[in-house]
Structures are given as structure tokens and as C-alpha cells.
Write a protein that binds this ligand. Sequence first.
Ligand SMILES: [Zn+2]
Length: 230
Amino acid sequence: MASTLFPDFPGISAWTPSIGGRGGRRHPSCPAQDRETILNMVTKHFHMHPLIDVPGHRTPAQIYIGAAREIYLFCNQRGYIDTWVYLFNEWYNPRAWKTWTRCTAGDRIPMAKTTMLIEAHWKVLKRNHLYHYNRARLNLLVYVIMDRYFPDLRYKFNRDTVIGSHATRWANEFTKEWNRLVGREEKSNANALYEPSTETWTCGSPSFLTSRYLICKYLVRRFATWKIWS
Ligand SMILES: [Zn+2]
């Protein structure tokens, strides 16, 4: 499968178990010293997105091929065939790729990176409202959501978002991060290197790519030189 998807990857047919077989000398699976490098590469691939990707402005499909090529070449040059087979089967085949990377939604950048939000939602529902009911019936569940849980959520939403009388943890952390970035030194060739733009709020710097709040020092400093009061 991998060899039909990536026909121009060097040596790919010999490295594709379903087509080329897994012949040749077998190497042990990924040694410890390279695990972090691979993990960092996967993290970068997870974050890559057409709206951020500078320079190049690639499509999601091009990002996919580029990411697969990068990690394939890394494994191939070191002889980590088991690592590649695992990465391809579990993460880098087209079906798996769509389920975990941010560039799947090419025209927008998702704000949440994980399913933690929805998990937290269910946790509150189960522990605060349904702790007597192991398998609540659907009508009870709907009643509890509408009559018990929703009023709490509405109260919090009004307090934190509409009135803003109570700073959320998210806002506090954002403020701290912003203030830290305002004071940072920057590279003199940043404009050519990363093309930071406060208009589109995009930047090619590595820290912007992985930033939880989609900010980096280049954008923050171009936007304002002041700190936010907290
Ligand atoms: Zn940046």
C-alpha cells in the first residue's frame, strides 16, 4: 500500500510488507536515542497546517506527502524498518492520518487539540449529576442535561464570557504567555524567515506551530509592545 501511495520514496517497495515483503537484514526496532527525534517529528506533523505553513503554502495533500516522506527518510537512512512499518500502519496511512492531524481541516485551524473538552463534559455529567445512575435511561439523561447541567453552564458562560467578572484559567495562562513573549528578543532576519503577519495572524516560526494559543514572540511584538494587565 505504501509503495503505491509514495512511488517516488527511495527503496519504498522493499519496505512495504504487503507488496515488497520484509526481506533483507532485520534491524532492531527504533533505538532509544532516536525516539525523541521521531516523537518531535510526529508532533510537528500533527501541528502543520496550510494556513500556517510558511514558506511554501502547501495544500493538505502536499503536507501529508511531505510529512510521510520526512519520517520515511529518517527511518530508511537508519534502517528502522520496523519503526516505519509501525508508523505507516498506525499513523501515516491516509485513513489514520485524517483522524489525528490538524491539516485535515484545511480551511480552518481547530482550537481544541484533543477530545479533552468533551471528556470533561461527560465527566461532570456522570460524577456531579448522574452518580446514582450507572446506566441512565435516555429520557433521564436529557432531563438532567436540560434541567440540571445546562443552568450551571449558562451561569458560568455569562459570568466568564458575557460579563467577564471572573478570569478563566485559560485567560490567565494566555496573559502570562503573552507577557512572557512581549519581552523576548527576536532574530534579525525573522521577517524573511517566518513571514509573520498580524493581518492573517500567521507565522512560520516553530513556536507558533505548536503554541496552544496560536501566538509567538514575532506576532505578539508586531501587534503590541505592551504587556496585558492581569
Ligand atoms: Zn512566529
